[in-house]
Design a protein around this ligand. Structure first.
Ligand code: KG4
Ligand code: ZN
Length: 341
């Protein structure tokens, strides 16, 4: 019996493929990052992203199929959305073509559901329910995951995403792209108490976030020509303001949900200072915190193949329609097999 699921990810600037086996778990995965393609522009250029997916996805799929020993496929899971529509269409077209050519069913997966479930790929997977902090270049969300397909958004950014704030801070400080790792690196030699940056929206009771004021505070602090020590101090103080804000909101959200498990996913989840702070908080407050391995914090196809596995009952023969959704609210999802009216 065929038990392998091929995952394809192409929602933004990573091309990725993976094989998740229903019995053996993750068998192979490969990620190609387009960082170098977009570096000169300081951000993702959608048309360049689409073209690079066209070049890279097929060899990546070949590679993971070979690494997994060319298993028979039980299904194909591709990222249907949300994301850049041209980039999504590349993965969707490949998914439909392979589904028809190999005569296996397919499913279009929600990218954020992939992130939400990604820590379950690890050896010590978190049991459901859990609270998820999803922090990426495009999203800052606190989601209560009661079960697969039962997602309640309890906090979100009202303006910039936290990864975007890292990227813009890096730009302001002349630290290169992508901003998150560059700011974290500069912060290592800086003093996190040097600048008293705001911890936005932590005094009012809700669980929403706002990062545009912090971005402006960084711009004001970096006016003129800051010395390299000042740059390090601003980076460290900014990072500390973000970490404090996120930990305060997580504490509140865990309380409100009555949850004892926190998972952190999305690119900013790779930030070591954030991990250390949440680890300390978990130890003193008695909750558990889980992360995907660092290469699965950022975009990857292992989480897409795994989500396809969780929703295997919804896989269907291709009807030839190449289906991508640039916008797709997470709350539109239902548990596997449940049709929303
Ligand atoms: O999840 P992801 O790969 O892509 C999206 O779906 O958005 O997240 C990318 C974001 C970028 O904004 C990047 O600057 C940030 O994650 N990031 C980090 C770190 N590594 C990546 N931010 C802070 N610290 C890091 N170590
Ligand atoms: Zn992502």
């Amino acid at each position: 019996m065929n038990t392998a699921i091929l995952g394809i990810e192409s929602s933004c600037d990573e091309s990725a493929a993976a094989i998740y086996d229903v019995e053996k778990g993750l068998m192979a995965h490969a990620i190609y990052s387009q960082v170098a393609v977009h570096a000169d522009y300081g951000g993702v250029v959608p048309e360049l992203a689409s073209r690079d997916h066209v070049r890279k996805l097929t060899p990546l799929i070949e590679r993971v199929r070979a690494e997994a020993g060319h298993p028979g496929l039980a299904g194909i899971a591709y990222t249907r959305g949300p994301g850049l529509v041209g980039a999504l269409l590349v993965g969707a077209s490949l998914g439909v073509g392979l589904s028809e050519g190999l005569d296996v069913p397919l499913i279009g997966v929600h990218h954020m559901e992939g992130h939400l479930l990604s820590p379950r790929l690890e050896d010590n997977p978190p049991d459901l329910p859990y609270l998820a902090l999803l922090v990426s270049g495009g999203h800052t969300l606190l989601v209560y995951v009661a079960g697969i397909g039962h997602y309640q958004i309890i906090g979100r950014s009202v303006d910039d995403a936290v990864g975007e704030a890292f990227d813009k801070t890096a730009k302001t400080l002349g630290l290169g792209y992508p901003g998150g790792p560059a700011v974290a690196c500069a912060a290592e030699t800086g003093d996190p108490t040097a600048y008293d940056f705001p911890r936005p929206m932590t005094r009012n009771p809700g669980m929403n976030f706002s990062f545009s004021g912090l971005k402006t505070a960084v711009k004001l602090a970096a006016g003129g020509t800051p010395s390299s020590q000042e740059v390090a101090d601003i980076a460290a103080s900014f990072q500390q303001a973000v970490v404090d804000t996120l930990t305060i909101k997580c504490h509140r959200a865990l309380d409100v949900c009555g949850a004892s498990r926190l998972i952190v996913a999305g690119g900013v989840g790779a930030n070591q200072r954030l991990r250390d702070a949440l680890g300390d908080q978990a130890a003193t407050e008695g909750f558990e915190v889980f992360y995907p391995r660092s290469e699965f914090c950022t975009d990857n196809a292992a989480m897409i193949a795994y989500t396809g596995y969780c929703r295997q009952s919804e896989m269907k023969r291709s009807d030839g329609v190449i289906d991508a959704r640039a916008r797709w609210p997470l709350t539109d999802l239902a548990p596997p097999g449940v049709q929303l009216t």
